[in-house]
Design a protein around this ligand. Structure first.
Ligand SMILES: NC(=O)c1ccc[n+]([C@@H]2O[C@H](COP(=O)([O-])OP(=O)(O)OC[C@H]3O[C@@H](n4cnc5c(N)ncnc54)[C@H](OP(=O)(O)O)[C@@H]3O)[C@@H](O)[C@H]2O)c1
Length: 260
């Protein structure tokens, strides 16, 4: 069991936004339980965080969030660390279909809703007994929740639905002093979004420069985001500084318009 550190659990936290969130939470003094599907990725991320913030900064377990047994193992692993969880960050998502929305198969639809919504909901449910007054839940949604991305229609629907889940759970859990919020990143340079930012430059076969992409995507700040643009916002939302914020979604998208 952990002696002094509050516990954080971040799903899909071995790369990109999830890893950045895990690093930021470890930096703020929490012990972070890291997880993702592949054991070697988990080991690497745990080593990286412990190298940066000390041997008690992180531990980890593989967890494919779409797998019920894996989710239960994650809960049991976290419970072996601490009876209470201060921060639960639901970051895992998948995009299974690209193209006109009616080209999607039922399997592709089900998988996207299973990972992006159902798994996030049931993880909150499964961790509910470990959430106490002062705990918080943070969903990672997307700017696509507000502005559907062409070709990613069903993915965009799952992310809009997450806004609703955030609102509903925030009301349900507020009476226990548990806050529920979300972050909607814009285009962030990770493997997940490679197809969006690795546009070919007029057939030259080179990646477009950041400011060219941002013009193409109408990003007022004229750059795409980096994972570290999100990690600190997660740390803020779970901190005491955000003690009166619940049911909200913070858009972190370089100024891209966001309105439902
Ligand atoms: N990048 C963007 O532009 C952007 C914008 C808006 C929102 N988002 C959202 O940000 C979140 C993270 O995306 P990212 O861009 O950071 O992705 P990323 O850099 O590609 O990282 C994905 C992470 O998820 C893990 N993972 C994938 N499938 C998983 C599953 N079924 N269960 C558990 N872990 C899984 C991967 O590790 P393993 O391979 O080991 O599983 C990896 O650690 C997603 O919710 C995404 O929708 C991203």
């Amino acid at each position: 069991m952990l002696e002094n550190k509050p516990l954080a659990v971040v799903t899909a936290s071995t790369a990109g936004i999830g890893l950045s969130a895990a690093m930021a939470l470890a930096k703020s003094g929490m012990h972070v339980v890291v997880s993702s599907r592949k054991a070697e990725n988990v080991s690497q991320a745990v080593a990286l965080i412990n190298d940066a913030y000390g041997p008690d900064a992180a531990s980890g377990i593989p967890c494919h969030v779409g797998n019920k047994a894996n989710r239960e193992a994650l809960v049991a692993f976290a419970a072996s660390r601490s009876a209470h969880i201060r921060a639960l960050v639901l970051n895992a998502a998948v995009s299974t279909a690209y193209g006109p929305i009616f080209n999607i198969s039922e399997d592709q639809w089900d998988k996207m809703f299973d990972i992006n919504l159902k798994a996030a909901f049931f993880l909150v449910k499964d961790f509910n007994d470990m959430l106490t007054a002062g705990s918080s839940v943070t969903f990672i949604t997307s700017i696509a929740a507000y502005n559907p991305i062409p070709g990613l229609g069903a993915y965009s629907i799952t992310k809009t639905a997450l806004l609703g889940m955030c609102k509903t759970l925030s009301v349900e859990l507020a009476r226990d002093g548990i806050r529920v919020n979300a972050i909607a990143p814009g285009l962030i340079q990770t493997k997940f979004s490679e197809k969006l930012w690795k546009h070919k430059d007029q057939g030259k076969g080179e990646a477009m420069e950041s400011n060219k992409i941002s013009k193409f995507l109408h990003i007022p700040m004229r750059r795409i985001g980096m994972p570290n643009d999100i990690g600190g916002v997660v740390a803020f939302l779970v901190s005491e500084d955000a003690a009166y914020i619940t049911g909200e979604t913070i858009v972190v998208a370089g100024g891209i318009t966001s309105k439902l």
